[in-house]
Design a protein around this ligand. Structure first.
Ligand code: DON
Length: 599
């Protein structure tokens, strides 16, 4: 071979081989999505994904399967999977009909705007996050029952969708690495409530990974629900156990509150992005509005040509995030209690107006951001801005995605709010309660546990639903489902969902590339970009700093065994290949027990 050709080949090899061996995104080898031609379930727990598939194999549709997966997560992923909390389900039927099921918790009738303040008007630390007073009236069972009744296939019964969860609880399953780690990590919280100590810590005798983990009380609760039907939770023995426990421990939830709880159907929130239709969550989540606002702000920009994780791109996204989170704090709350100017906020013309203050060269300081915003949307009392601490990073909510062979798609995010919720296991039931009341504004200008500043629109009132960030979303292309996604992570949920969607649409990433890519987050206050490990090179960081950004990096230590824990979100995602219709699932490796499986 002539010398010059050998040299050319050598140069080519030097350039190409490392590129093939290393992911351009993470420095790791690439992994492929799970593939199937029919159904797929992606969730934080393999056993819960299997529960969904079991129902699909029996002839159930994606809604039936989502209920089975959700109930099973209560058993296998109790840090977030729940029947003592609430959430949202976005459903798109194969024929194009789309709807949202809102099963968000509601404030008990005894709740008051200042219930978390002391006599001097100061927020009492822990009161909205730990113990009985922190719980809202749970909505999960009502939401699942409504979804089954209105959108299920009609081929599987309530008792059948409950069965995999009952079986997992009563017969047990081998303790997983993720659950063992979660229980150990939350020992202090769980030990502070005797019933949680007994049920979840086995009074100090925690099983080892691989040992059988049986939850007898929870199995009984599911058996009652199977036998008596879903209203049992709100009117039967389970309701009695909740109300009695509350009364014994100074909690507010009464039998009447439980009896009055209803899940709701709401119209899905719709937007578009570069020719795709976005179906997402309306208020009482802020997630859908913020997501559509951000997409509308991005659309005039050629994101693809900025390049993945270039300084210019991270700058643009941080500015877009900052503006959406500013509006979140000002305008959003439960639409059944306050007027939320949804149409105005998601109007692309409004979004473009928000970006008139954008400079490609300089960060816009969060303080005073409202100055110069377009007229027309005026809140009566904007929240006061204080720098807050960065958001908590772990996954204390859970998201899962389901598609069936017919093309019905379901995107569900539900939560206990904090890790293992408020720490309280309702005596005799085996399930934990949420601490969703912390998602309300305890006091204007005082951050909540996610560092969020909230406004008067989200003040506490009896029966009201606290403002959420959960963003279960379905992207539609050419009238067919294209991406089913969402995430846990408090306020980071909205930005994680944005990143996954834009990674696919703008950068052409596969499902796994989009989920694996390191994330970043800006939430207006604090005025900083929170970065997952390995997001950018140091020189990219310097470029961002030179534009005026403050970057916060989760600290990594040499050979850090907890490196994964310094990341956030759990974007259990399914992408449907528009050409072949194949389902391409991406579980999120940040969540150790997660699995995307199909057939
Ligand atoms: O609804 C919300 O926005 C919060 N309760 C979600 C909490 C959450 O994602 C915690 N996970 N890190």
């Amino acid at each position: 071979m002539p010398k010059f050709r050998r040299a050319g080949l050598f140069r080519l090899a030097v350039l190409v081989i490392p590129a093939l061996l290393m992911s351009p995104l993470t420095g790791r080898a690439q992994r492929l999505p799970t593939e199937s031609s029919g159904a797929m379930v992606a969730s934080a727990s393999r056993l819960a994904s299997e529960a969904g598939l079991e129902i699909l194999r029996r002839g159930g549709n994606a809604v039936d399967a989502s209920i089975a997966t959700g109930l099973a997560l209560t058993v296998t992923y109790p840090r977030a999977g729940n029947i003592g909390g609430g959430g949202f389900m976005v459903i798109r039927h194969a024929d194009g009909r789309a709807i949202v099921i809102d099963f968000r918790e509601r404030a008990p009738s005894g709740a008051t705007p200042d219930m978390y303040l002391d006599a001097s008007g100061t927020v009492v630390p822990g009161r909205s996050t730990h113990g009985y007073l922190a719980a809202g009236v749970p909505g999960t069972i009502a939401g699942f029952a409504l979804a089954l009744e209105k959108h299920g296939s009609g081929k599987v019964s309530w008792a059948e969708v409950v069965e995999p969860a009952r079986r997992l609880a009563a017969e047990g399953f081998p303790m997983t690495q993720g659950l063992a780690r979660d229980l150990r990590g939350s020992e202090r919280l769980l030990a502070s409530f005797p019933e949680s100590r007994r049920v979840f810590l086995r009074n100090g005798a925690l099983p080892k990974v691989g040992e059988r983990w049986v939850q007898a009380d929870l199995g009984q609760t599911f058996a009652r629900l199977q036998k008596e039907g879903p209203r049992e939770f709100y009117e039967g023995e389970t309701a009695r156990l909740i109300a009695e426990d509350m009364a014994r421990h100074g909690g507010l939830i009464t039998s009447a509150d439980l009896r009055a709880y209803r899940a709701l159907e709401r119209p899905v929130l719709r937007g578009t992005y570069r020719g795709h239709e976005i179906l997402t969550m309306p208020p009482p989540s802020s997630g859908g509005i913020a997501l559509l606002q951000m997409l509308a702000m991005l659309e005039p920009h050629d994101v693809a040509s900025l390049g993945h994780n270039s300084a210019a791109k991270i700058h643009l996204f941080a500015e877009v995030m900052r503006r959406a989170f500013r509006d979140r704090a000002e305008f959003l709350g439960d639409p059944d209690f306050v007027t939320v100017p949804t149409a105005g906020l998601i109007d692309p013309a409004y979004a473009r107006g928000l970006m008139t203050s954008f400079s490609p060269e300089r960060a816009t300081p969060s303080e005073g951001l409202s100055a110069g915003r377009p007229a027309g949307l005026v809140a009566t009392s904007p929240p006061t801005g204080h720098p807050a601490s960065p958001p908590a990073g772990s996954a204390e909510t859970t998201h899962y995605s389901v598609i069936d062979a017919a093309g019905n798609a379901v995107s569900t995010t539900y939560t206990l709010n904090g890790l293992f919720g408020n720490g309280v296991t309702v005596t005799g039931t085996g399930f934990l309660l949420n601490n969703e009341m912390d998602d309300f504004t305890s006091k204007v200008g005082v951050k909540n546990m996610f560092g969020l500043l909230q406004g008067p629109a989200n003040a506490i009132a009896p029966g009201k639903r606290p403002l959420s960030s959960m963003t279960p979303t379905i992207v539609v292309k050419d009238n067919k489902p294209f991406v089913i996604t969402g995430s846990p992570g408090g306020p980071t949920i909205i930005n994680t969902t944005l990143l996954i969607i834009t990674h696919v649409i703008d950068h052409g990433m596969s499902a796994t590339q989009a989920v694996d890519a390191p994330r970043f987050h800006h939430q207006w206050m604090p005025d900083s970009i929170d970065c997952e490990p390995f997001l950018t090179s140091r020189d990219t960081q310097r470029l961002l700093e030179s534009k005026g950004h403050r970057l916060t990096n989760r600290k990594l230590y040499p050979n850090d065994p907890e490196a994964a824990a310094r990341s956030w979100g759990d974007g259990e995602t399914i992408l449907i290949d528009p050409q072949t219709g194949r389902r391409l699932g991406a579980n999120d490796l940040r969540s150790p027990d997660s699995a995307a499986i199909g057939y």
